[in-house]
Design a protein around this ligand. Structure first.
Ligand SMILES: O=C(O)CCC(=O)C(=O)O
Length: 315
């Protein structure tokens, strides 16, 4: 599939290595067991039954302040002026690690400048309609992560079936420059594989953006809400990590014994791709390592402690 088939306008900011050019123990996972699987990690806060408003103007009905990625009090800082002189050139070389058929990490792939740009994009969209929120289950239990979606709404209960969120908001579209970035990353990954077919190219039309505080986790799960055709073709999930590092666990079969899972640390700037034979891996985030984000990223963005993760998929 070529990029042209995505019918996306040509990205204005496209450059490859500068973004737009193109301890542990599963038993320690706190989560609920649903259909025999740990689904997610919760505060355990019961918030009552959500009203559903089928009108985007109902966004005004938000009862809480939108969640900001930026440290409280830093929003009004003139970051451009303050950050003058902060060196954003990458010092670490890029590399890659093949984790299995269809699964690869492009280490330090996202330049610091592009990480800054992505934080700024996510902050801008996150504060607008359809921005960061904590999704809840029908039981009323609220998810702990702050999440928002681009392109298509995903919810832990309704998956992709509801166009609107319970606050009535629609997800913003995926920014074009991110679509291009993801496709370039897939093509760069393919170049490292025995066969490009191990990870097919896709046109992302969904992005889930998660923000983990340093105590947040994500229980073991599969990403299988996408269409059966997408799953059958093994169209990949492309995951971008920014901010604090995370311990990522994965395996091909479900287990509650963490020792049976593989582990890898995802650092700021890493891109993980899993498709093809690895498309349905079980995976989760066990630990966020505090104070592990690159200092220039924090100085430039005032990103709060924690980790920003974007996963792109084609429905
Ligand atoms: O944060 C991550 O690295 C994984 C996110 C994830 O598994 C998901 O959004 O389904």
């Amino acid at each position: 599939m070529s990029m042209a088939l995505c019918l996306q306008p040509k990205p204005s900011l496209y450059f490859k290595s500068s973004l737009f050019a193109g301890s542990t123990g599963m038993a320690q996972f706190r989560g609920v067991v649903k259909q025999g699987r740990v689904q997610d990690v919760f505060h355990g806060v019961v918030i009552g039954k959500c009203k559903r408003y089928h009108n985007s103007s109902a966004n005004a009905l938000r009862q809480t302040q939108p969640f900001s990625l930026i440290l409280p009090g830093a929003e009004s800082t003139n970051l451009a002026r303050e950050s003058t002189g902060i060196e954003l050139g990458n010092t670490l070389p890029s590399s890659h690690e093949i984790l299995g058929s269809g699964m690869i990490i492009l280490k330090n792939y996202i330049s610091l400048k592009d990480q800054v740009d992505i934080v700024n994009i996510c902050q801008k969209l996150g504060m607008g309609p359809g921005g960061f929120y904590q999704a809840s289950y029908r039981s009323g239990v609220k998810q702990r992560l702050h999440r928002m979606c681009y392109g298509r709404n995903w919810d832990p209960e309704t998956k992709y079936s509801e166009r609107y969120r319970s606050d009535g908001s629609l997800p913003p579209p995926i920014p074009d420059e991110l679509i291009s970035f993801v496709q370039t990353a897939i093509q760069d990954a393919q170049a490292h594989l025995n066969s490009a077919n191990e990870i097919p190219l896709m046109c992302p039309n969904i992005c889930l953006v998660n923000f983990y505080t340093t105590t947040d986790r994500l229980g073991l799960h599969q990403d299988r809400s996408e269409s059966s055709d997408s799953l059958k073709r093994g169209l990949p999930v492309v995951s971008l990590s920014i901010g604090d590092s995370a311990e990522f666990l994965y395996g091909h079969t479900y287990t509650e014994d963490e020792n049976e899972l593989s582990k890898v640390v995802l650092q700021s700037g890493d891109v993980m791709i899993f498709g093809g034979k690895s498309r349905l891996i079980y995976h989760g985030v066990k630990t966020i390592f505090p104070n592990s984000a690159p200092p220039p990223l924090l100085q430039r963005t005032k990103l709060r402690p924690g980790r920003l993760n974007l996963t792109f998929r084609e429905y």
